[in-house]
Every structure is written in C-alpha cells, then in structure tokens.
Design a protein around this ligand. Structure first.
Ligand SMILES: NC(=O)c1ccc[n+]([C@@H]2O[C@H](COP(=O)([O-])OP(=O)(O)OC[C@H]3O[C@@H](n4cnc5c(N)ncnc54)[C@H](O)[C@@H]3O)[C@@H](O)[C@H]2O)c1
Length: 119
C-alpha cells in the first residue's frame, strides 16, 4: 500500500483545469494558487493587491493576474470574462477573498449572545 500512496502523491489532480482564486495575492489564496499550479491547473489570481498578485503569478507555471475587487460586480464579471477568453473555459471558482472581523481569542471577551449565536 505504501507504494500506491507514494505514486498518488505525485499525480497532478488538476491537469487542464482552469481556476480563478479571489484573494490569491496573499495568505491562504496564494498558498492555494501555488498548490493548484503544482497540480497542473491554469490559475488566475484575482485580487486588489496588483504588485503582489502579479509577483505570485509570475512565480507560478501557467498563472496570470487580474485586478478584481470582489465587492464590485463588474470586476468579478471582468475576471470571469478575461479568464474564459484566455483559457476557453472556467472549471473552478475559489471565492476566498475576504476580511475577518477582529478575532476574540478569549472566552472572557465574548457576550452570552455571541456564544449562543456564534458571532
Ligand atoms: N487565516 C485564517 O485563519 C482564516 C480563518 C477563517 C477564515 N479565513 C478566511 O479565509 C480568507 C483568506 O484568509 P487569509 O488569512 O489568507 O487572508 P489574507 O488577508 O492573508 O488574504 C486575503 C486576500 O484577499 C484580498 N482581498 C481583500 N479584499 C478583497 C477584495 N475586496 N477583492 C479582492 N481581493 C480582496 C487581499 O488583498 C488578500 O490578498 C478570508 O476570507 C478569511 O476571512 C481565514
């Protein structure tokens, strides 16, 4: 069994797939862009950090960057249209972009309501 898992670890699981990753210029999105690229996907990084996004795309095989603020519908439409014109299709849309609220790490910072409602 060990040889089977050793072989499958090297199989490119996204060969030929086309993926848009929003928020792909940094953090989890950039890490996912690297992983998708390693697995053979054509990756389009869609972000608002142009310099960083271009730099991540440049380091990857078959990756590109498009400026896209996900709060603007026309930017999202443009990202999808640009991807489809460049690659002829879109297989994966990873909607990763986002910002988190201030993280409360201690239970003492929480109110009873927030614990019940999982705020
Ligand atoms: N890191 C964690 O532990 C964690 C936990 C739970 C959920 N998340 C969620 O996962 C996602 C990524 O987290 P991360 O830690 O990698 O964050 P990050 O801040 O490192 O990366 C977020 C990326 O999204 C981009 N972005 C922000 N607003 C955007 C917009 N309007 N349009 C396009 N791109 C935009 C940023 O430029 C950045 O490149 C976020 O939605 C976050 O809320 C993260």
């Amino acid at each position: 069994m060990a040889s089977v898992s050793a072989v499958s670890a090297f199989v490119k699981r996204l060969e030929g797939k086309v993926a848009i990753i929003t928020g792909g210029a940094s953090g989890l999105g950039a890490a996912t862009a690297r992983l998708f690229s390693k697995h053979g996907a054509k990756v389009v990084i869609a972000d608002i950090q142009d310099d960083l996004g271009l730099s991540v795309a440049k380091d990857l095989e078959s990756a590109s960057y498009v400026h896209c603020d996900v709060t603007k519908e026309e930017d999202v439409e443009n990202a999808v249209n640009t991807t489809v014109s460049k690659h002829g299709k879109l297989d994966i849309m990873l909607n990763n972009a986002g910002i988190s609220d201030k993280i409360k790490t201690s239970i003492l910072d929480k109110t009873t309501t927030s614990l019940i409602l999982r705020e």
